[in-house]
Design a protein around this ligand. Structure first.
Ligand code: ATP
Length: 247
């Protein structure tokens, strides 16, 4: 499998705190790569740097052979890097489908003007409907977005990501705050998506991570201390000590 995302020696400091400390990370085409680590390890900071929202102090990010380290958020989105967020942004008073279209427009760098939406364009309507179908929300497309249940918001967030015709999905804790039943629906959905997409997944639910991931990287204090197949990572003494709390 070829290398789709290659991160080399990435550094991000906040004052005296080094949130990303010389990180190396490689995500190959077609894999689901999980990024795990304790709270505050720097996972979300890395997602932000990959999506272009946070500017690293030094290091390189390569995507599909191109150095994208200094690219803007929309340029990365157009190249196929699509990021999900822990908190789903909803625009009240619009339908489920319109919310997907508005968010895709915004993330691709079009102005965010709900009162004057650029909604009727075929290139936005069709991907939005296809994406809603992929996440199981097709029959809710015309309903007001506020009728969705909490667990369905996360499915909607995934639809927003999928509607961007992504080549790399950056999924930030898609299972956070979900009930067991809601998690099961999402794990099943992620299992289906991984057959079609390359995914970098930040997640605290270890059962889900070890069920879904092809590769796991363990982050501690902004550094990847171990990277490999799930079984290999689970057996690594340094991981057990630093992350799972074993002696
Ligand atoms: P969690 O699993 O709890 O979401 P995380 O692994 O995603 O944590 P980050 O949110 O990336 O960790 O934070 C890494 C470190 O950087 C933390 O110590 C955090 O307090 C710090 N940090 C993150 N963003 C900022 C910021 N804007 N200013 C200062 N410090 C920050």
């Amino acid at each position: 499998m070829n290398e789709l995302l290659v991160v080399r020696n990435l550094v991000k400091r906040y004052g005296g705190l080094t949130a990303t400390d010389g990180l190396d990370l490689t995500v190959r085409s077609g894999e689901l790569h999980a990024l795990i680590g304790p709270n505050g390890a720097g996972k979300t900071t890395i997602m932000g740097q990959l999506a272009g929202e946070i500017r690293p102090d030094s290091g390189e990010i390569n995507f599909d052979g191109q150095a994208i380290t200094r690219w803007s958020i929309p340029r990365r989105a157009l190249a196929g890097i699509a990021r999900s967020y822990q908190i789903v942004q909803l625009v009240e008073g619009f339908s489920v489908q319109e919310n997907v279209m508005l968010m895709v427009q915004a993330r691709l760098g079009h102005s965010f003007r709900p009162w004057q939406p650029v909604l009727r364009q075929r290139e936005i309507v069709e991907p939005a409907l296809r994406a809603l179908d992929s996440v199981g929300l097709a029959d809710r497309a015309r309903e007001d977005v506020m009728t969705l249940a909490h667990g369905e918001h996360r499915q909607l967030e995934l639809a927003m990501v999928l509607a961007m015709s992504p080549r790399l999905l950056l999924l930030d804790e898609p299972l956070a705050g979900m009930s067991q039943a809601e998690s099961a629906v999402l794990v099943d959905l992620l299992g289906r998506l991984k057959r079609q997409y390359t995914i970098l997944l930040v997640e605290h639910d270890m059962q889900a991570v070890f069920a879904l991931a092809d590769q796991v990287s363990v982050l501690v204090y902004g550094k990847a201390i171990c990277s490999g197949a799930p079984a290999q990572v689970r057996a690594d003494p340094a991981v057990r000590k630093a992350y799972l709390g074993d002696d």
